[in-house]
Ligand binder design. Structure first.
Ligand code: FEO
Length: 169
């Protein structure tokens, strides 16, 4: 049986994952507007992965016979000025998601909910990967500066990112 506290924090996490999907979609639209179609693809693929993250939590609550409570999704930030500024926003957003996943893990420990503690490990590992991937992009953007040719090459690389459905089972 999942405690009320763990149920609430998992429902909040569903909302955060779907908000993340909205945020990445807003970024994808911005990149499309400025003609960086590879960056647009990268962020759109990320949006789909965020939906998966929300759905995995959703399915977990169902599996545990626990009430799902879907909340309103906030309007995402849409003030974007450059690829670097967007990826810095992504990094700070993902760091905040990592902190909230860590709080789920800590609460699961406090509540002796070992199933949730085990389940959330998948997200802990996923956050390490996501933060590393975003830092990598920031490093590349930092090296290239405003050099259009390099931005074009990176954009071409990002066109290749494919969506792969995420699953924890
Ligand atoms: Fe679901 Fe980007 O964390």
């Amino acid at each position: 049986m999942i405690s009320d506290k763990v149920r609430n924090i998992l429902n909040e996490q569903i909302n955060k994952e779907f908000y993340s999907a909205y945020l990445y979609l807003a970024m994808s639209a911005y990149f499309d507007e400025i003609g960086l179609y590879g960056f647009s693809n990268w962020t759109k693929v990320q949006a789909r992965e965020e939906v998966d993250h929300g759905m995995i939590l959703f399915d977990y609550l169902i599996d545990r016979n626990t009430k799902v409570e879907l909340m309103s999704i906030d309007t995402p930030d849409s003030e974007f000025t450059s690829p670097m500024q967007v990826f810095e926003k992504i990094l700070s957003h993902e760091i905040s998601v990592t902190e909230s996943i860590n709080r789920v893990a800590a609460l699961s420990d406090d509540e002796c909910d070992l199933a949730t503690r085990n389940f959330i490990n998948w997200y802990i590992a996923e956050q390490v990967e996501e933060e590393a991937a975003v830092r990598d992009v920031i490093t590349k953007l930092g090296m290239f500066g405003d050099e259009k040719a390099s931005l074009y090459l990176l954009d071409r690389e990002f066109k290749e990112r494919d969506y792969r459905a995420h699953s924890y089972k």
